[in-house]
Design a protein around this ligand. Structure first.
Ligand code: XMP
Length: 514
C-alpha cells in the first residue's frame, strides 16, 4: 500500500499527526528516521513525508538528509522538520535562546494564503530554534505576530514547512492545513477506510495460514475484533479460551454467552472460580492480589491448553493478541544518529504466557488506534454495543474489592455493578462515560434499614471520561441518575448501607482503586 510516512523526531505530538491524517482519510504510519532511510534504500517510496517536531536542536544533527530531500517526495516539515528543510536548502536557522511555547497568532503573507484558511489564525508553538531566512526557491507563507517566520513553501518541490503544530487541537484550522498539504500540495487521493484497515489486518493473519492459533479471549473490544478477523481467515484453526476467574460482572457472563450463540467463534469457557478464590484467600495487599490473579491465570490457561493439545492431537503455534498501535509506538525518544529512536514495546496482557509456552505472537490490530478498532469491528458486522463496551481490567473485580477477596465480597460488587449498568443503560448514559464501575470499601458505617440499626459496608461508584486511560476526569452525571443508582444499591444489595461517588481525576488518582 502507498502510504504517508511520518518520520518521528521525538515530538510528543507525533501520534496525533497519524490520527489526524487518518481522520482525513489518508493512510499514514510512524517510523524512525533510520527506518525511513532503510525503506528508501530498499526502493520503497511514500506518497508523502511528514517530518515531525522534536526536542533536539538541528545544530546537533549531523545526518545527511539528501536521500529524503533529493527524491522529489512531497514533504511537510513541522517545527524541527521545518528547520531541517530550511537548513538543508541553505536557508538560515537561528539558535533560540528563549523558547516559544503555547498560543501564538500567525498571519498569512500576501499572495501566499492557504486556500480556505483565515488570514490570521491562532496556533500552538513549542520551539527554541527558528528559521531566520528562507532558502532560495522558498517563500514565507506565514509570519507570527512577533515577526518570526512561521510557514515556508516551495511549490515546485512540493515542500511545506510550519513552525507551529497543525496536528494539535489548539491550532485553529490545523486539520484544514494538513488537508491542504495532502490534497493540494501532494495531490493525494483519500485511501484510509474500513476496507483498507481490514486489508492491513487480514494480511497479518494471512501470513500465518495453516497455523493453529490460540486466543486468551476476554470478550473485550480488542480480543473480540482480533479473534473475528483471525477467524475470517483461519476459520476453526482459531481457538478462544475464556477463563472464568470468578471476578467477573454479570454483564461479562451474559456477553460471553451471547457471543457463543451469535458468532461463529470457537469460544470455550474454563470455570476456575474456586481455584482463584482459594489462591486469593488471606491476600489483601493490592500487588500480591494482582500477582496471584496473574499467576493463577497462567496456570489455568497453560493446563487447559496442554490438555486440549493432547486430546486433539494438535500443537498451537501462535498466541493471538489485541495489541494496538499506541502500545507499539509507546514511547518516543529524541532522534539519535545511528540508533532507533522509537522504543517498541509489545503489551503482554497475559503475562509471561508466550515465552513459557513458546508461542509466536499474532497481533493483527497492531497498526490501529482504539476508535479504528471499534469502527472495524462494526464493519465486520459485530454489534455496536459489543464494540463499545467499557474497558475492564484483567484482574477484574479482584482490584475493586479493597482488602481480601471473598465470594461474599465479589457478590456485593457484582450486584451493585449490575444496578449501575442497568441504570446507565436505562438512562442512555453508558456511552457518555468511558468507564464506570463500583468498588467495595473495607469500612463499616452506621445506617438505618427498616426500623433497625445497620452496621454495613460502603460501595463507591467510579465513573470517568478519558481517551486512552492515561489521564481521566471524573464524570459529572445528572443528580437524578446518581440518586437512583444509590437508592437501588442500598435497597437491593445485601450488606451495603452507604454509597459514595468518587470525584478524583487522574492524575492524581488512578482509575482503579488498586
Ligand atoms: P489505572 O487504574 O492505571 O487504569 O488508572 C487505567 C486503565 O487500565 C485498566 N487497568 C488494567 N487493565 N489489566 C488490564 O487489562 C490490569 O491489570 C489493569 N489495571 C488497570 C483500568 O481499568 C483503566 O481502564
Amino acid at each position: 500500500m502507498n502510504n504517508i510516512w511520518i518520520v518521528d523526531f521525538g515530538s510528543q505530538y507525533t501520534q496525533l499527526i497519524t490520527r489526524k491524517s487518518r481522520e482525513l482519510g489518508y493512510s499514514s504510519f510512524i517510523m524512525t528516521i533510520d527506518e525511513c532511510f532503510e525503506k528508501l534504500e530498499a526502493g520503497a517510496k511514500p506518497r508523502a513525508l511528514i517530518l515531525s517536531g522534536g526536542p533536539n536542536s538541528i545544530f546537533e544533527d549531523e545526518t545527511n538528509y539528501s536521500q529524503i530531500f533529493d527524491s522529489n517526495i512531497p514533504t511537510l516539515g513541522i517545527c524541527y522538520g521545518m528547520q531541517l528543510i530550511a537548513n538543508y536548502f541553505d536557508g538560515v536557522v537561528e539558535r533560540g535562546l528563549q523558547g516559544e511555547y503555547g498560543h501564538a497568532r500567525v498571519q498569512a503573507v500576501n499572495g501566499h494564503e492557504i486556500p480556505g484558511i483565515k488570514s490570521s489564525i491562532n496556533t500552538w508553538m513549542s520551539h527554541f530554534d527558528h528559521v531566520k531566512e528562507v532558502p532560495q526557491g522558498f517563500v514565507t507563507t506565514l509570519k507570527s505576530d512577533n515577526g518570526l517566520i512561521a510557514g515556508i513553501e516551495n511549490k515546485e518541490k512540493k515542500i511545506m514547512g510550519l513552525q507551529f503544530h497543525p496536528e494539535v487541537e489548539h491550532t485553529e484550522h490545523g486539520k484544514d492545513i494538513l488537508r491542504h498539504f495532502f490534497h493540494d500540495v501532494a495531490n493525494l487521493e483519500e485511501n484510509w477506510s474500513n476496507e483498507i484497515m481490514l486489508e492491513v489486518c487480514t494480511k497479518e493473519v494471512e501470513a500465518v495460514k495453516g497455523s493453529k492459533v490460540l486466543c486468551a479471549f476476554s470478550g473485550g473490544v480488542d480480543s473480540l475484533v482480533a479473534a473475528t478477523i483471525a477467524h475470517r481467515v483461519l476459520g476453526q484453526d482459531v481457538y478462544c479460551f475464556f477463563v472464568d476467574n470468578g471476578l467477573l460482572r454479570p454483564q461479562d457472563y451474559t456477553h460471553i454467552e451471547t457471543l457463543q450463540k451469535e458468532t461463529d467463534l470457537n469460544i470455550e469457557v474454563i470455570d476456575a472460580k474456586e481455584l482463584f478464590y482459594s489462591k486469593l484467600a488471606g491476600v489483601s495487599d493490592p500487588e500480591k492480589k494482582r500477582k496471584a490473579i496473574g499467576v493463577t491465570f497462567i496456570e489455568v490457561f497453560e493446563k487447559k491448553v496442554h490438555e486440549f493439545e493432547k486430546e486433539q492431537g494438535i500443537k498451537f503455534d501462535y498466541l493471538l493478541q489485541g495489541t494496538l498501535y499506541p502500545d507499539v509506538i509507546e514511547s518516543i525518544s529524541p532522534h539519535k544518529k545511528g540508533g532507533k529512536s522509537v522504543t517498541i514495546k509489545s503489551h503482554h496482557n497475559v503475562g509471561g504466557l508466550p515465552e513459557r509456552m513458546k508461542l509466536k505472537l499474532l497481533e493483527p490490530l497492531k497498526l490501529l488506534f482504539k476508535d479504528e478498532v471499534r469502527q472495524l469491528g462494526e464493519a465486520v458486522q459485530l454489534k455496536h454495543h459489543w464494540v463499545h463496551r467499557h474497558p475492564f481490567p484483567g484482574p477484574g473485580i479482584g482490584v475493586r474489592i479493597l482488602g481480601e477477596v471473598s465470594p461474599q465480597a465479589v457478590k456485593k460488587v457484582q450486584d451493585s455493578d449490575q444496578i449501575l449498568f442497568e441504570e446507565l443503560h436505562g438512562q442512555s448514559l453508558y456511552e457518555a462515560c468511558w468507564q464506570a464501575f463500583t468498588v467495595l470499601l473495607p469500612v463499616k458505617t452506621v445506617g438505618v434499614k427498616g426500623d433497625a440499626r445497620a452496621y454495613e459496608e460502603v460501595i463507591c461508584i467510579r465513573i470517568v471520561n478519558s481517551t486512552d486511560g492515561m489521564t481521566a476526569t471524573w464524570t459529572d452525571l445528572p443528580h437524578e441518575f446518581l440518586a437512583k443508582a444509590s437508592a437501588r444499591i442500598t435497597n437491593e444489595v445485601a450488606g451495603i448501607t452507604r454509597v459514595v461517588y468518587d470525584i478524583t481525576s487522574k492524575p492524581p488518582g488512578t482509575i482503579e482503586w488498586e
